[in-house]
Design a protein around this ligand. Structure first.
Ligand code: ARG
Length: 396
């Protein structure tokens, strides 16, 4: 009789490699691994590895395009930056991973999904809440959370079963997709300690960045970036290109002590060159095209939306409602932004938009001024009336 099946989210790393025999033995099940490329994964080598350690099937999917168009760009339009620092790269990938896992479980009639998250992080919550939303009848197994093995135990367990494991794993825990690289653990756990250079991979250190500034021009249509320096690009190419360009100038290094959903404060380093650059450019185009009321309300919505993403609530009506508002605000967020990158900074130095609310005739101090100065007097009288009355009657 065929054994029951479990779909395992498989990265090819130590934890999920050890999980394959562990799940087989503990649940007397066949394991189907699923590896998803959200940016920089060599799918074929990981697939071969999964098969070599006894997976029944090793599935792979290229999720880059979906990640960009359904998750990253909506988040850019919304301006979602968690606690003012983190552009949410890891958090945005998780709901998509949950979706692919549920699809694979359905297609292969698996009764359960297994993942390699620990019991201390946000990612277990994001994946499991995502699975609960999309596949409410599918069981979830979290071996790393359940088995209580230390890293050395894992290595011993793996070596005893002849698994191809790499015992010199980095001292950092990392996660990456197109929107950024997240790094934690090791000496980063001391929040007083300056991150060592080898914690970084995508960005040049200050001393290696060019002495001269570089400029880049980004064209947006309805809040979505479409071209760089006049060249139209797909979302994936555009993000890759900006990661290189901004990374070379040291842009996008973030050192954040953040509040996790599970109540722990953690210190994490992020490298998000393209995301940092695009958020900066996008918000400067909004400054040209949104009214003051829209801009203020949208900033509040952005904070709520960022919490929703961080806290694993992507598949909710609340998220869709926030998104509907955001999409409506983006109708006229079309135009160009010029950004200067230099020694780790990115600064907007020019912006233009066909539907800009910025009006030169009203703003200028020179002879072409169209503003009616005489109307200011009456405006101030009425505007200041309550202040005048209050101070006449209640001055102390
Ligand atoms: N703290 C970030 C988040 O919750 C990233 C988590 C994954 N980071 C890692 N280094 N493995 O979104």
């Amino acid at each position: 009789m065929a054994k029951p099946k479990i779909v395992l989210a498989y990265s090819g790393g130590l934890d999920t490699t050890v999980a394959v025999p562990w799940l087989q033995e503990k649940y007397d099940a066949d394991i189907i691994t699923l590896t998803i490329d959200l940016g920089m994964v060599d799918l074929e080598s990981i697939r071969q590895r999964a098969l070599s350690i006894g997976a029944l099937e090793a599935l792979t999917v290229d999720g880059k395009d979906t990640l960009v168009n359904e998750f990253l760009f909506p988040s850019l339009q919304a301006g979602t930056i968690y606690e003012g620092q983190y552009p949410l790269a890891t958090a945005l990938g998780r709901p998509l991973i949950a979706r692919y896992l549920v699809e694979a479980a359905r297609e292969h009639a698996a009764y359960a999904i297994a993942h390699g998250c620990t019991g201390k992080g946000n990612d277990q919550v994001r994946l499991e809440v995502g699975i609960a939303a999309l596949g409410p009848n599918i069981d979830v197994i979290a071996p790393i959370r359940d088995w209580g093995m230390s890293r050395d135990d894992e290595i011993e367990y793996g070596l005893a079963r002849n698994l191809p494991i790499n015992a010199n794993r980095s001292r950092f825990s990392t996660d990456e997709n197109l929107w950024g690289r997240s790094v934690e653990a090791g000496e980063l756990e001391d929040p007083w300690l300056e991150p060592p250079e080898d914690a970084y991979d995508w960005t040049s250190s200050w001393s290696d960045t060019p002495d001269k500034p570089s400029y880049v021009e980004i064209h947006f249509e309805c809040g979505v970036p479409k071209a760089v320096d006049g060249e139209s690009m797909t979302g994936i190419d555009l993000i890759n290109h900006l990661n290189t360009l901004a990374g070379r100038n040291g842009v996008g290094r973030i050192d954040h002590v953040e509040n996790r959903l599970v109540g722990i404060k953690s210190r994490e380093i992020y490298e998000c060159p393209a995301a940092t650059l695009l958020h900066t450019a996008h918000s400067s185009l909004e400054a040209m095209t949104l009214t003051k009321d829209q801009a203020r309300t949208k900033a509040r919505i952005a904070q709520e939306y960022a919490d929703v993403i961080y806290n694993g609530l992507w598949f909710t009506a609340h998220r869709k409602d926030l998104d509907a508002y955001v999409q409506s605000t983006q109708r006229f967020v079309t135009g160009d932004v010029r950004v200067r990158m230099h020694k780790g900074t990115c600064t907007v130095v020019g912006r233009q938009a066909p539907k800009a609310l910025y009006n030169y005739g009203l703003a200028t101090y020179d002879r072409t001024d169209e503003f009616d100065h005489s109307s200011a007097e009456g405006f101030i009288k009425i505007y200041g009336l309550s202040v005048r009355t209050e101070n006449q009657v209640q001055s102390d």
